[in-house]
Design a protein. Structure first.
Length: 61
C-alpha cells in the first residue's frame, strides 16, 4: 500500500487558503469601489436582460 503524501496535501490546503483569502480581498475592494455606481447600473438594465456576472463569476445581489 502506498504512503499518503502529507506534504502535498498540506501544500494544496495552503494554496486553497491563499486563493480564498485573495478572492475575499478582491471582493472587498470591489464592494468598496463599486458601491457608488452599482445601484445606478442595476437601474439602467432592461427588464428582459439577465444580470451580468461580476469578476468573481457570481451574479450580483
Amino acid at each position: 500500500m502506498a504512503k499518503p503524501n502529507y506534504s502535498f496535501e498540506k501544500r494544496q490546503r495552503e494554496l486553497a487558503k491563499k486563493k480564498k483569502k485573495e478572492e475575499k480581498v478582491k471582493e472587498k475592494a470591489g464592494r468598496k469601489t463599486g458601491a457608488d455606481g452599482e445601484s445606478d447600473s442595476v437601474a439602467d438594465e432592461g427588464e428582459g436582460s439577465a444580470p451580468a456576472a461580476d469578476a468573481a463569476g457570481q451574479a450580483p445581489i
